[in-house]
Design a binder for this molecule. Structure first.
Ligand SMILES: C[S@@+](CC[C@H](N)C(=O)[O-])C[C@H]1O[C@@H](n2cnc3c(N)ncnc32)[C@H](O)[C@@H]1O
Length: 392
């Protein structure tokens, strides 16, 4: 049987992939497979190309259609790859500090490495998994200043002084997965290895947005990053790339919005005229309290990340709502009130209460012509449903 790698890199695969383009979830794969088989293509080639065409379709949201239509992915590699707009920001960070070359220890299919190369950095990319490394080589083959090696980052001797690491969460045994606390060895490469690199060199380390703060070393800058209103990563910058001890939340869009502050609690009080849903990066950075105090806002219950005020505030960090009514979180009362207000279109948000929008919605039998937002949450000790209108 031909080698899997050889098949996907061969001229026949290239031609077939070009013909298939992007295959989305609606494609009739059974018919397509049978048609391609009838045209004389080998079953393994057909299966591989269809799988790549499906992955390429999913990759468009991360890489855009031009890049996605030429790249090769593994399922896991695509899932773990950094979105290009975010990776381009990583690259800029190195460039603006005058750095010319980066060693990427665990490059996956090359999401970050590609952005480094596109920005003009010389890239040495190391990947432990053979197939993933070959796909990264393919994905970077237009960039002569980028080299990919299939090797274990823990065993290579590198003379580099600037590093990028994006450790993957290891698949844990069911016993270990039940642990509450994450450990450095739950990541690959191991976080202790990554932090040692950071302690000795200039380095950026990308980790999950949900990374427990206890795992973050003191001597680095930590950024919680949101993109398209999703929390996408916590990045730790070591050496000249960061300011030791600084903690900030960032919104990455065409421009970068940054909030940096102290780790303090917001005051708690009753719901005011307005309620705000903060950007997830601000929430996970634990800078929400400092932001609230600086902007005259308050929390509405301990550990609940909604803020409130009596005067309207517009901020890129907040989605605001005017509170029209505050109801007890009682399904029958909410249903009755929705009917009286003639609500047919309802956005349901929730924090800190166990009922889900999916459970509640069918019970409300919404059929009116008005729209509203319902926020299910705790206010002090009470469970409340706040009937709101979004601020424009
Ligand atoms: C989260 S992915 C990197 C994704 C990449 N930044 C991107 O944007 O495509 C982490 C990668 O590190 C690789 N890896 C884990 N441990 C490694 C090691 N010791 N040496 C080299 N690569 C390793 C994994 O196989 C995985 O592909």
């Amino acid at each position: 049987m031909p080698d899997l790698d050889e098949t996907i890199f061969g001229p026949e695969a290239k031609q077939l992939l070009g013909k298939l383009g992007f295959l989305d979830a609606k494609a009739d794969l059974l018919k397509l497979t049978s048609d391609l088989r009838k045209q004389g293509h080998e079953p393994q080639l057909v299966a591989l190309c269809i799988s790549q065409a499906k992955l390429r379709s999913r990759a468009v949201s991360k890489f855009g259609s031009d890049l996605a239509s030429t790249m090769l992915f593994t399922e896991e590699g695509l899932e773990q790859a950094t979105r290009q707009q975010v990776a381009a920001w990583h690259a800029q960070k190195f460039l603006t500090h005058g750095i010319k070359s980066v060693t990427d220890l665990g490059c996956g299919i090359g999401g970050d490495a590609l952005a480094f190369a596109q920005a003009g950095l010389e890239v040495t990319a190391i990947e432990k998994d053979g197939l993933t490394a070959n796909f990264a080589k393919h994905n970077l083959n237009n960039y002569p200043m980028a080299a990919v090696s299939n090797a274990d980052a823990l065993k290579i001797e590198s003379k580099s002084t600037s590093f990028w690491l994006d450790p993957a969460r290891r698949k844990l045994s069911s016993k270990a997965a039940g642990r509450v606390m994450l450990k450095p060895e739950d990541f690959s490469p191991n976080l202790n290895f990554a932090f040692e690199i950071g302690a000795k060199h200039t380095a950026g380390i990308k980790l999950a947005g949900s990374l427990p703060h206890e795992l973050i070393p003191e001597d680095c800058e930590a950024n919680w990053v949101s993109h398209n209103n999703e929390l996408v990563e916590t990045v730790l910058w070591f050496g000249e790339l960061g300011e030791s001890g600084k903690r900030s939340a960032l919104i990455l869009a065409d421009t970068i919005t940054e909030y940096s502050g102290d780790l303090i609690q917001a005051p708690i009080s009753e719901v005011g005229k307005y309620v705000y849903d903060p950007n997830p990066a601000l929430v996970r950075s634990h800078l929400l309290g400092a932001f609230a105090i600086e902007n005259g806002l308050w929390g509405i219950a301990p550990s609940i990340a909604y803020l409130s005020s009596d005067s309207e505030l517009s901020s890129p960090w907040l989605r605001g709502f005017e509170v029209m009514e505050s109801l007890p979180l009682d399904v029958k009362r909410i249903a009755k009130r929705m009917s009286e207000l003639d609500i047919g279109t309802l956005e349901i948000k929730k924090r800190g209460v166990d009922i889900t929008p999916e459970q509640l919605r069918p019970k409300l039998k919404l059929k009116g012509k008005n729209a509203a937002t319902l926020i299910l949450t705790r206010v002090g000790d009470a469970r409340k449903a706040l009937v709101c209108q979004p601020l424009s």
